[in-house]
Structure formats: C-alpha cells, structure tokens
Design a protein around this ligand. Structure first.
Ligand code: ADP
Ligand code: MG
Length: 661
C-alpha cells in the first residue's frame, strides 16, 4: 500500500526524546493492528450468518461495520492525499470494495477490506520491528553509572551527565555506561550488542570498552573517552534514523512513475467498465471485472520493493559498526568496482611509533630534537604528530608551548617554539628542490630511513634542516585479507593512495599485496588520482581516515572513513563510517549493499510478475474477485517480508563470507 509505505520509509515511531521506550512494540499498540483486528473479528462473525442464509438484517450491519473499521483510515488518508493532487493506491482499494458492495458483492468487498487492513497492519508491524531493532540498541545503554570522584568517593549519576575524563566503576555483571578506556581491573566483556560477536572479549588496562556492552565477572575502572551523546551506540542510532529519512533514487523514480501509472490505471478501469457497456454487456459482471482489474493492477508491491531491503541493510550494517549515512549510499556502495585505500591510519593501525631520532647538527641532542618536534606537533591531530608527542612523553621530556601553529594537510606543520620557527613534515615537500649542503645531507638521511620502510619526517629550524625522525606503524592484522577480499569482490586490484614517501609506501604495499602504488600525494592529488581511476571507467570507493583524505572521500563515488582514529573532517566528508575501525567490515558492507540491490530487483520482478499474471487472467478469463484480492495482497506481503530478511544476523555473516562470488 503506497501510503503505509511512505510511512514505513520514514518510521515515525523511532524518536527517542520521550521516556525510554519498550524494547518491543506490542502488536496491539499499533493503531493499524487494532483496526485490522476489529475488522477481522466483525467479518468472522458475519461470515457464518451470511453463508448459512440468515436474514440480511443479522449480517448486513456487521459487514457495514467491517467496511468502516477496516477502511476508514486508508480512505481518509487517501482523500487527504487527493488534496495534494496525489492519487493514493489505498484510496483505489477502498473504492473497489465499496463498488463491490454496490453491485451486491458485499462479502467480496468485505473480504477485500479485511485482507487489505490485515496486510496494512503486517507492514506496520514490520516497520515497527525495524525501528525496534535499532531502538533496542539504545535501550541497552544503562541509565545510571557509578562515578568516582577525585577523592575516591562513589556517586551514582545518570549516564547522560558523564563527561570525557570522568572515571567510572563498572561492577561485575553491569552494563558499561560510556565509551572509554580501562584504567585498571580485568574482565571479560560481552560486546554482542555492538559487534554481534557472541564470545566475550578479555579487557584489561588500556583496552577500549563501549557503552551498552555487558561486563563479565571482573570489576573495571574506566575513563570516559566519549561524550554519551557521541558514543558509538548513540551515533549508530542517530545515523540509522537519518538514513531512514532519505530516499533511494530507485524509490524516488518509482514514486514518480507510480503517479502516472495510477492515473492510467483509473482511466483503464473506467474504460473497462464503459466500453463493454456500450456494446450491451451486462452491468454487474462488467463492473466486477473492471474492479478486479483495478485491484490487481495496483502497484502496492512495486512501491514496497525498494526501501525495506535498503533500510534493513542499513540497520544491520549499523549493528556491526558500519554507519551508512543514507539509503542513497546503501544503493551506491554496491556499485563500486575499484577501491583506493589510504595508508596511514587505514591500512596501518594509525598508532605509529617513533623508531629513529637523528639530529643532523652538532650541538643538538636526540632529546633536544624530539622536544622541538613534539612542541610543534602538539596541537596537530595527525597520527604522526601523536607518535612524536608520545615519544617525547615516554622519554620524560618537558614539552614547551608552541605558538603560531599552522598545518598543511599532506605536508606537515609549522609553529614557533621558544622564538624559533620550527617546521616538521615530509622531507620531499620541505626540501622541495633546495640543494644546499645541509639539505643534501638531510635528503640522504631521509633516504636511508625510508630504505627501512620508515615514514620520515624532517625537522627544520628557521628554514634549515636540523634532524629527521623515523616512524613506523603496525599493519592492521586484517589489512592483507581485506585487500584480497576487496580485489575479489570488485574484480579489480585495489590501489594505494598515500602522502607518505614512495619507499615506505612500496614496503607496505608489498606486505598487503597491492601493486598499484601512488605515493607522495597531496590531498588534491589524491582527488586527481581518484578522478583518473573514474575517468578510466571505474566507480571508486575511497577508504581513508585523515584530513588529507577528506577531499578524496568527497570526490569518490563512495567514501568510507575509519571512525576511531578518523578526523572529524573525514567523518563528515565520507558517505559511511567504520565506527570500530575494523577494516574487514568494508568488504562485508559492500557485499551487503549488493545483496540489498539484488533484493530490490528480485522484489520488483515478483511484484511485476504478480501484476502481469493477475491482470492477464482478469482480462482474458474470469478472475474471481477474492482470488484477485488474495493474490494482490499476498504479493505485497511477500515483497515486504523479503526485504526484511536483510535484518537478520545471518545476512551480515553471509556478506562477510562473500568473496566476490
Ligand atoms: P597518508 O596519506 O599516508 O595518510 P598524509 O597525507 O597524512 O599520509 O601525510 C603525508 C606525509 O606528510 C607524511 O608521511 C609526513 O611526512 C607528512 N606529514 C603530514 N602531516 C604531518 C604532521 N602533522 N607531522 C609530520 N609530518 C606530517
Ligand atoms: Mg591517513
């Protein structure tokens, strides 16, 4: 039914501002279900009376009430829609039922109303279930947490009042109240609500924990790292809600066509009625045939073909840590046929370590060099900057305050430290063709470090190189497998696009099995690289994390940002976000999107097949009205339920294990 469908596309039951909702909407709490139940009860009471030949006054009023209870809502909504010059399919159904009653087919009309109301209720239930599955995530987040004050006093506070930096105590068996990091204690945490992973995960000091997950037998002290409104679980819910309010292009197209189709259908119905009459056909069978035509030709199932699979897939991906920002994205993601991956923070963990500290000038110690570098890097969000600052901290160095900080994505940063102008960043960019003695010396050192697969940053003071740092990052454990899976899925080998030096890039590419490497790229050059791939006919998926990836994420057919380490700009520019940084979910999300697209097509075929078969049957032979009604409503329900299959956990598992078949 088109009107119920538009409602299901923007589930109005999903708001959370009110009191915490129940986990599961009870069926009879839905008005659609109550009216349908009433219509069904009335119909079942009247039916035996009618069949047994009881006098009309006994069953007539009951049938009349059946029409009213089952038909008033869609009829009213349809009339409202007419005011906006939209022809609602629901209205046609009600008209058909009234028409049947008018020619004495009271029973058939009532049956139509009852089945119609019931399938409307089923849809409402399915929609509510989709909303529930998302909402239940939020409900799992506990409402209070035990906060520890600075002097060690415990206090019970609402989780909404927790702030970043607070320490909370999580007792055995409690749900964790916020996203954070374990300060001390050890326990097993059941993260199934967020990751779908059934086995508890061991947690100890330094590990990350998520709001809404269930603590096992140990006690943990956790430092809150994310504002409650920003927790993984809250973001999943917000994004799924936003996504459910968007419409996929296929849906928009269908709705546009539906209007013309419905009008054409009404004209055809009138013709089917009027033309035979002109040639002297009997009124009653002619009207019956015309009405049956109107029912079976209605595009209810077509309208319901697109959004349920896409929304179900979005909800499912969200449960597994992939936030797809809209139905449009869910439809596009499956179209990609090539992947471009960023290096630092995407294929690598993004928690690099400084491995080499090499002063170039006599009189500058390793500590001195590191102190200068850390001071300049301190305000930067870049993973390399964090590595430099951490290295200085680990060595117990005091980091002086820097002023005039400025950063150039893909190149490096500059700042004033103790009156000196410090620049730190990519050797190739900083030296940029300068050819003094010190510069040649610096270039040779950078070359030597790069030889060992290091990312190299050069440190300059007042325009002269004073040293270099070698930095290494660990490859993500799933990097190689993900590259293989993406290659198999798209049929094209993934490409590496990085701002790092060619040697470090080649080193890493060899480890993960990438042969097409584009290194030393500035942010806009990453865009050009993507454009080039797309010009060659590819639809490119870019996966990245940094500010320097944001333009490419926005320019690509689809962009996915790594959520945990990712910069806010990247999260903003991307179409989807990998919340928990599990790179392996990228191919799974692509496969799930393909599955959703596949179901959309399957649904359209089912819908079209039913409509065609029933229309031909009605025009060429005699299709009994009840059978037409059952076939039509049946196909609508089948299509609706078919889409909801993607809500199941097995759908995700299958997508994850799908290697491009
Ligand atoms: P990737 O594309 O691999 O994520 P980036 O484009 O962010 O890498 O960085 C490219 C290069 O620019 C780095 O290898 C480094 O040499 C330099 N660079 C960028 N930002 C910084 C920074 N904050 N500190 C030091 N070097 C930087
Ligand atoms: Mg990066």
């Amino acid at each position: 039914m088109s009107s119920t469908l538009t409602r299901s596309a923007t589930p109005d039951g999903v708001r959370h501002d009110a009191a915490p909702p129940r986990r599961r909407t009870r069926i009879l709490a839905l008005p659609e279900a109550r009216w349908a139940a009433a219509a069904l009860a009335l119909f079942l009471t009247a039916l035996p009376l009618h069949l047994l030949g009881a006098p009309a006054w006994s069953w007539g009023p009951l049938f009349a009430l059946t029409y009213v209870t089952g038909g008033w809502e869609p009829g009213w909504a349809g009339l409202q829609a007419l005011k906006d010059k939209t022809l609602d399919v629901d209205l046609l159904m009600v008209v058909a039922a009234l028409g049947a009653a008018a020619i004495g087919q009271v029973l058939d009309g009532a049956l139509l109303i009852v089945i119609f109301a019931t399938s409307g209720a089923l849809e409402a239930i399915a929609t509510a279930r989709t909303a529930d599955s998302v909402r239940s995530l939020l409900d799992l987040a506990p409402t209070t947490a035990t906060r520890l004050t600075d002097d060690g006093v415990e206090e019970e506070v609402p989780t909404g009042q927790l702030r970043v930096g607070d320490t909370v105590l999580v007792r055995p068996g409690e749900r964790i109240g916020a996203d954070g990091r374990v300060l001390d204690g050890a326990s097993d945490v059941d993260q199934a609500t967020i990751t779908g992973e059934p086995l508890p995960v061991a947690k100890e000091a330094g590990d990350e924990v998520f709001a809404g997950t269930l603590n096992g037998t140990g006690a943990l002290r956790v430092e809150v790292e994310r504002d409650p409104s920003d927790s993984v679980i809250a973001r999943i819910v917000a994004m799924v809600e936003e996504a459910s309010e968007t419409k996929a292009p296929t849906q928009l197209f269908i709705e546009k066509v539906e209007q013309r189709y419905s009008l054409g259908m009404v004209v055809a119905t009138l013709a089917l009625f009027a033309v035979p009459l002109l040639f002297g056909a009997a009124v009653q069978p002619t009207l019956l045939r015309a009405m049956t035509f109107m029912i079976v030709a209605s595009p209810c199932a077509v309208v319901l073909a697109t959004m349920p699979p896409l929304l179900s897939a979005i909800a499912n991906a969200g449960r597994h840590g992939v936030l797809i920002k809209s139905a449009v994205v869910m439809e596009r993601l499956g179209q990609i046929d090539q992947v471009a991956l960023d290096k630092t923070g995407t294929l690598t963990e993004g928690t690099p370590q400084v491995t080499d500290v090499r002063p170039l000038t006599t009189g500058l110690s390793e500590e001195g060099l590191l102190t200068l570098a850390a001071a300049a890097e301190h305000p930067s969000e870049h993973p390399l900057a964090r590595a430099v600052v951490d290295a200085a901290r680990t060595r117990g160095l005091d980091i002086p305050l820097a002023t005039d900080f400025a950063s150039t994505p893909g190149t490096g940063v500059t700042a004033t430290v103790g009156g000196q102008a410090v620049a730190i960043g990519s050797p190739a960019r900083l030296l940029n063709g300068r050819d003094g003695r010190a510069e040649r010396h610096a270039a040779a050192l950078a070359e030597q470090l790069a030889e060992h697969g290091r990312t190299v940053v050069l440190v300059e003071v007042d325009g002269a190189p004073v040293g270099a740092l070698g930095i290494a990052d660990r490859l993500r454990t799933e990097a190689a497998a993900t590259v293989t899976a993406l290659g198999a899925l798209t049929g094209t080998a993934p490409v590496l696009i990085t701002g790092d030096n060619p040697r470090a890039a080649a080193h890493l590419a060899a480890e993960v099995g990438i042969t097409d490497v584009r290194a030393g790229l500035l942010p806009q050059e990453k865009v050009s690289a993507v454009r080039e791939l797309e010009a060659a006919g590819g639809r490119v998926l870019v996966v990245g994390d940094g500010v320097n990836d944001a333009p490419a994420l926005a320019a690509a057919h689809t962009g996915i940002a790594m959520g945990r380490a990712g910069s806010d700009l990247a999260l903003e520019a991307a179409d989807a976000v990998i919340v928990r940084d599990e790179l392996a979910t990228v191919p799974a999300a692509v496969a799930l999107s393909r599955r959703a697209r596949h179901l959309v097509v399957q649904n359209l075929v089912i819908a079209a097949a039913f409509i065609t078969a029933l229309v031909i049957w009605d025009l060429a032979g005699t299709l009994p009205l009840p059978l037409g009604v059952a076939g039509h409503e049946g196909s609508t329900v089948i299509v609706g339920l078919n889409g909801l299959r993607l809500l199941a956990d097995t759908a995700w598992k299958r997508a994850r294990d799908d290697n491009g078949r």
